[in-house]
Design a binder for this molecule. Structure first.
Ligand code: SF4
Ligand code: SF4
Ligand code: SF4
Ligand code: FES
Length: 398
C-alpha cells in the first residue's frame, strides 16, 4: 500500500469512528490535553481553535485542503506515518503530538528541501561556506537587484527556516527552469521562488472563482500556468491580486512594491477602501509618508482579505503630482485656479439662479454606489432641503 492509500484508509477509519459518536461529545488529546471538537473539523482546526500553533504553508482558510507541502505534519498515535494536520479529520480518542522529536525532524527536512529547490537567497541560504562576494554577485544575477529577496522579512518559509533552524544545505540545489515574468502590469511572477504549494491556484479558483491559473507540466517541470502557459496579462486574470496575497513566499509580488516593502520600514494603516460602497477593509503600507502597497484585512467582513484590482493596485494617485490641489474655474475659456470660497459661491449662485428662473424641478441629482452611504445621505438632504426637488436617483437603479 503506498503512503497516500494508507492515509486514505486511516482517514476512512477515523471518519467512521467519528460518525459512530455523532450524538455524543467528541474529544481528542493533543500534546497531553483533551479538547472537544465538532464533526468535520480537522486536527488543524482543533489546534487553531485552542491556540496550539501548527505551522502551515499550503493551507488556505476556506479552501479545500490539499496536503501539498506537509509542513503541518503531526504524530497520531497508532498511525504508521505522520499525518497532515490540515487535511486529517479529527476523530474521537485520537492522540496527537504536534511538536514531538519525530515531527520536528520531518518538518526540518521538508523546509530544507523547499529551501534547496529554487532561488532562496535570503539569509538562511546565504549561510553556506561560499565566498560572500560570489554570493552577492549571484543575487544580482538572479534578481537584477543589489538586495536579497524582495519578501525578505515577510516570508513564511523564511520564518519557518528560522523557527526550525535550518537552511538549504544538505540537499542538492535545484536550478530555476523558468525566467521571471515581468510583463504584467501589476504582478511579477518569480518562478524561481515558487514552492508549488498551490495556494495561489486555490485563491484564484476557489476564493475569487476567476479560474485563471492552475498547475501545469509534471515532476521537476511543474509550474503554475495561466492560459496554457502564457503571461497573466494574456489570460483570464483580472489582476485582483488574491494570489499575491495568498503566496507565502516571494514568488508572486506586486510589481510596484517589489523591494519597497520591508516590514520594519513600513507602517500598516487600516482603513476602508474609498472606491465603492462595499467598504472593503484594507491595510495601507506606508513608507516615508507614501503608500507603497495595499493588502486586504483578513478575517474581517465584508471582504475577508479579498480586494479588486482598483482597491489593491490603484493607489498611485494618492501621491501623484498631477492631482488637483485647488478648484479650477473656467474664465474666458481657460481653467484657472480659484479658492474654495470662490468655487462654492459660483456653484451655489448658479444653482439658485436656475431654481429661481426655471423652478426646482428643472434640476435633478444622480448619486452613485461609488460614494459612501454618508455622502449619499448628504446628497439626498441637499437635493430635497436645499434645491427643493425630489428629483434624486441612484446609479444602482439605472
Ligand atoms: S522566498 Fe522566502 S525563503 Fe525564499 S529567498 Fe525569499 S525570503 Fe527567503
Ligand atoms: S490576480 Fe486574481 S485573477 Fe489573476 S491569477 Fe491572481 S487570483 Fe487569479
Ligand atoms: S506562486 Fe506562490 S502561492 Fe503559488 S504555488 Fe508558487 S509559492 Fe505557492
Ligand atoms: S499546510 Fe498541511 S500539508 Fe501544507
Amino acid at each position: 500500500m503506498d503512503t497516500n492509500e494508507y492515509h486514505h484508509s486511516r482517514l476512512y477509519t477515523f471518519s467512521e469512528e467519528a460518525d459512530k459518536t455523532m450524538s455524543s461529545k467528541k474529544t481528542l488529546t493533543i500534546n497531553g490535553n483533551q479538547f472537544e471538537f465538532e464533526t468535520g473539523e480537522t486536527i488543524l482546526d482543533v489546534c487553531r481553535n485552542n491556540s496550539i500553533d501548527v505551522p502551515t504553508l499550503c493551507h488556505l482558510k476556506g479552501a479545500t485542503p490539499t496536503g501539498a507541502c506537509r509542513v503541518c505534519v503531526v504524530e497520531v498515535e497508532k498511525a504508521r506515518s505522520l499525518m497532515t494536520a490540515c487535511s486529517t479529520p479529527a476523530a474521537p480518542e485520537m492522540v496527537v503530538q504536534t511538536e514531538s522529536p519525530t515531527v520536528i525532524t520531518a518538518r526540518k527536512e521538508i523546509i530544507q528541501l523547499l529551501l534547496s529547490s529554487g532561488n532562496h537567497n535570503c539569509a538562511v541560504r546565504g549561510s553556506d561556506n561560499r565566498d560572500w562576494t560570489d554570493f552577492q554577485l549571484n543575487v544580482r544575477a538572479d534578481d537584477n537587484s543589489e538586495e536579497l529577496c524582495p519578501v525578505w522579512g515577510d516570508c513564511r518559509l523564511q520564518d519557518l527556516a528560522y523557527r526550525y533552524q535550518v537552511n538549504g544545505q544538505g540537499f542538492d540545489a535545484t536550478e530555476t527552469r523558468y525566467p521571471m515574468e515581468t510583463v504584467n502590469p501589476f504582478i511579477v511572477r518569480d518562478f524561481s521562488r515558487c514552492i508549488l504549494c498551490g495556494r495561489c491556484v486555490q485563491a484564484c479558483n476557489e476564493v475569487q472563482v476567476n479560474k485563471a491559473i492552475d498547475f501545469g507540466y509534471r515532476g521537476a517541470a511543474a509550474k503554475i500556468i495561466a492560459a496554457g502557459d502564457k503571461p497573466l496579462k494574456d489570460s483570464e486574470c483580472v489582476f485582483c491580486g488574491e494570489c499575491v496575497q495568498a503566496c507565502p513566499v516571494g514568488a508572486l509580488v506586486e510589481k510596484d512594491a517589489r523591494y519597497q516593502v520591508r516590514p520594519w520600514e513600513t507602517k500598516k494603516v487600516r482603513t476602508t477602501c474609498g472606491y465603492c460602497g462595499v467598504g472593503c477593509q484594507l491595510y495601507l503600507h506606508v513608507k516615508d509618508n507614501k503608500v507603497v502597497r495595499v493588502t486586504g484585512v483578513e478575517d474581517t467582513p465584508p471582504n475577508y482579505g479579498s480586494l479588486c484590482v482598483k482597491g489593491r493596485f490603484a493607489f498611485n494617485f494618492i501621491s501623484s503630482k498631477e492631482r488637483l490641489t485647488t478648484p479650477l474655474i473656467r474664465k474666458e475659456g481657460e481653467l484657472q485656479e480659484a479658492t474654495w470660497d470662490e468655487a462654492l459661491d459660483l456653484v451655489a449662485g448658479r444653482f439658485k439662479e436656475i431654481r429661481d428662473t426655471s423652478g426646482p424641478n428643472s434640476m435633478g441629482v444622480l448619486t452613485s454606489a461609488r460614494i459612501t452611504n454618508e455622502e449619499n445621505y448628504i446628497a439626498h438632504k441637499f437635493t430635497r432641503a436645499v434645491l427643493k426637488t425630489n428629483n434624486i436617483d441612484h446609479c444602482a437603479r439605472l
